[in-house]
Design a protein around this ligand. Sequence first.
Ligand SMILES: Cc1ncc(COP(=O)(O)O)c(C=O)c1O
Length: 409
Amino acid sequence: MTATTPHNPRLDLLQPYPFERLRALTAGITPNAQLRPISLGIGEPKHPAPQLVEDAIRAHLKGLSSYPATAGEPRLREAICGWVARRYGLALDAATQVLPCNGSREALFALAQTVIDPGRPGATVVCPNPFYQIYEGAALLAGAQTAFANSDPARNFAADWSQIDAATWARTQLVYVCSPGNPTGAVMPLAEWRQLFELSDRHGFVIASDECYSEIYFRDGEDAAPLSGLQAAARLGRGDFRNLIAFTSLSKRSNVPGMRSGFVAGDAQWIRRFLLYRTYHGSAMSPVFQAASIAAWNDEAHVVANREQYRAKFAAVTPPLARVLDVALPDAGFYLWAGVPGGDDVAFAQGLLAQYNVGVLPGSLLAREAHGVNPGAGRIRLALVAEQAECLEAAERIVAFTESFTSSL
Ligand SMILES: Cc1ncc(COP(=O)(O)O)c(C=O)c1O
């Protein structure tokens, strides 16, 4: 683009994606060629897609010949409501309280375009910090500014909403919640939902609850499965889910990130406005993937098996790493969020790549400097998405590297 080419000036506000920044930070590094490369950097599910999804795709290829409706087929919305009823014990209205989306990423972005009124002075979107960068881009392209609630390592990495002052809350139109969190794996407890709902009632903002890691969790017993914002609302007497939209995805639950399938659920008023926005934006799910999504939402056996695979992997990989890094089993998700010795996450990631050919994501790239600190600094994110043997090999190399890195400090 030249200076004279008209373009949306908000595009210039967008920050490079963390992986782009990582590429620049590792451009001059030659990874140890004696060892095969292992990447724990990208959070892309790698377990195989379930057979029943592949079968449903093959059986419904004729769907390629018709335009889908943005609202999705009633059968899909009913399958989604069936899943919500089984998983959360909630009876949603398939006609007014749910919508399919093409993965949660586009929907998280699009909701901001539906909610934000950039004409109101100081339009603000509150994000956790560290965070999934789509929230920031969604806010900036909608004409809002961002404010950050840093995660607090002393409270299981909970976002510290109290860092947002009253004047900022008064301008806030949208709050992103990420529970289970990326990268921290922390699940937001009911008490914090109560606090956020009270703030939402006082200031009139919408809560976008990103729950795409909800089906990968590590605890057992009652309430082991992560609490959804929808459940929290219902438990707190907010059965109309006012000003709440939850985002759920098949990408991680069913290992189909390439299918682009998820759903949004919650406040019927916002679902109606969102449908209007989406109709113009053109976010309708292919009939083929609608059929495959129905099969996926209706089956829980593959989800249990997938969770077991993650549990075994985390049980094997976390203890050796915990001997050298500040790391513990998260509540949920497929990341380890590990503190590194000396606190320089970028130097650690660079050295690990150079000496042991293992790629990890420096935590500082996942966060913004806010309230005087970068709350991702000093930590690295390890995505345990590969098969267990590969993750274990990576862990052994990280242990060896950390020992030499620590002694060089
Ligand atoms: C926190 C978070 N939210 C949303 C997404 C988007 O997932 P999808 O669009 O595949 O549903 C991701 C993907 O990695 C993520 O980490």
